[in-house]
Design a protein around this ligand. Structure first.
Ligand code: NAD
Ligand code: TYD
Length: 377
């Protein structure tokens, strides 16, 4: 059976890395990238592969179920990797309805269109997969029980003796969902719908929950690209609250490799957590970014530390996320390829070398939106 794979949200940050990987690695597959091209979608992210014969772009809204039905029929879709979503917590606080619309209703439309099309085929669900990309944020927030960090309690290849954790608890695949933000509530709801289609109709589905990603092509409303760009422009670096919240960071290409592995080898109906045991307190991470950007720009060390500006905290700001990905490591042999320092260096270099990409998306509407955001906090 020829693989015709629908990747949704392929013009966004993670989606563009997944599309690039699949188009280049699997010339025999037909990759259909479906994206609405919201503010976060940018076809410039895929310039290098847009003319490949095994690649098609379709501009569509996942909420439009008739269009989804048409796409499944037209391209004889037999695999889905679903990344399209509204993805920024701050925006979800301002406009929760858009998140419910896209993340919940959009996922439901896509599930229903897949089910209807696959049920018309002689082999029905056989050889098909609906793979839903989710986040660790659905599990809620962990306590910051060790503010100075303790060695991570793992001895897998992914973690070294130096790995530190900021608490003794981690998110497991079995951790009860407890989302706090409108973003994570909408993602949790979509995860439940995906599992409901598996449990009720026998649809071959799979869900993965990944930690915070960083790397090239991330929209500069998220911490790392925003701060790199602000340092370059000498603008303030807005640190929410005391900067003590902890996030677990994974290089985006390692996430894309995990998606490839799980799409091909993951157990249908199952859930895998994806993360590299790489927890950072925001303020410590920000200092690493400042140091790296200053060094690469040839600024005196510490010059941009004065840009740090503590601002009112995000509403309902989750304290700590930390993923336990030992299941993925032991069952499928995945491990992150980059140490964090290498990943950050690569990322900072990329943004400094692609200032035109950044300038194109930070002018006009985005600039106005950004100023507006700071009024509501
Ligand atoms: P992103 O915001 O960069 O990209 C989202 C893409 O989806 C954009 O191209 C956008 O145009 C498209 N889109 C939005 N609404 C759509 C609609 N109604 N119809 C069709 N396309 C639509 O997001 P990202 O950071 O690349 O995240 C991708 C997925 O991974 C999301 O599902 C997100 O929840 C999940 N995730 C993200 C992270 C992270 O750190 N960024 C971590 C774990 C999981
Ligand atoms: P973000 O990149 O928005 O990802 P998420 O909220 O999904 O984890 O934020 C990462 C962390 O950085 C989070 O704790 C909020 C904080 N943050 C700031 O302190 N200042 C900022 O301007 C942004 C965007 C985030």
């Amino acid at each position: 059976m020829k693989r015709n794979i629908l990747i949704t949200g392929g013009a966004g940050f993670i989606g563009s890395h997944v599309v690039r990987l699949f188009v280049n690695k699997y010339p025999d597959y037909h990759i259909v990238n479906l994206d609405k091209l919201t503010y976060a979608g940018n076809l410039a992210n895929l310039k290098d592969i847009e003319d490949k014969p095994n690649y098609t772009f379709v501009k569509a809204d996942i909420v439009d179920i008739d269009k989804m039905r048409e796409i499944f029929r037209e391209y004889d879709i037999n695999g889905v990797i679903h990344l399209a979503a509204e993805s920024h917590v701050d925006r979800s606080i301002k406009d929760p309805f858009t998140f419910a619309r896209t993340n919940v209703m959009g996922t439901l439309s896509l599930l229903q269109a897949a089910k209807e099309y696959w049920e018309t085929l002689p082999e029905k669900f056989e050889g098909k997969l609906f793979y839903h990309i989710s986040t660790d944020e659905v599990y809620g927030a962990l306590e910051l029980t060790h503010p100075e960090g303790v060695p991570a309690p793992f001895t897998t290849k992914a973690s070294s003796e130096d790995d530190m954790a900021y608490g003794t608890e981690f998110f497991l695949e079995t951790t009860k969902y407890n989302p706090h933000s409108p973003y994570s509530a909408s993602k949790a709801s979509s995860d439940h719908f995906v599992r409901a289609y598996h449990d009720t109709y026998g649809m071959p589905t799979l869900v993965t929950n990944c930690s915070n990603n960083y790397g090239p092509y991330q929209f500069p409303e998220k911490l790392i690209p925003l701060f790199i760009n602000n340092i370059r422009q000498g603008k303030p670096l807005p640190v929410y609250g005391k900067g003590e919240n902890v996030r677990d960071w994974l290089f985006v290409e390692d996430h894309a490799r995990a998606i490839d592995l799980i799409f091909h080898k993951g157990k249908v109906g199952d859930t895998y957590n994806i993360g590299g045991f790489n927890e950072w307190k925001n303020i410590d991470l920000i200092k690493v970014i400042i140091k790296t950007v200053d060094r690469l720009l040839g600024n005196p060390e510490g010059q941009s530390l004065s840009l740090i500006t503590y601002v009112t905290d995000r509403l309902g700001h989750d304290m700590r996320y930390a993923i336990d990905s030992r299941k993925l490591q032991s069952e499928l042999g995945w491990e992150p390829s980059l140490q964090f320092e290498e990943g950050i260096e690569k990322t900072v270099r990329w943004y400094l070398d692609h200032q035109d990409w950044m300038d194109n998306i930070t002018s006009g509407d985005y600039e106005r939106y950004y100023v507006e955001m700071y009024k509501i906090r």
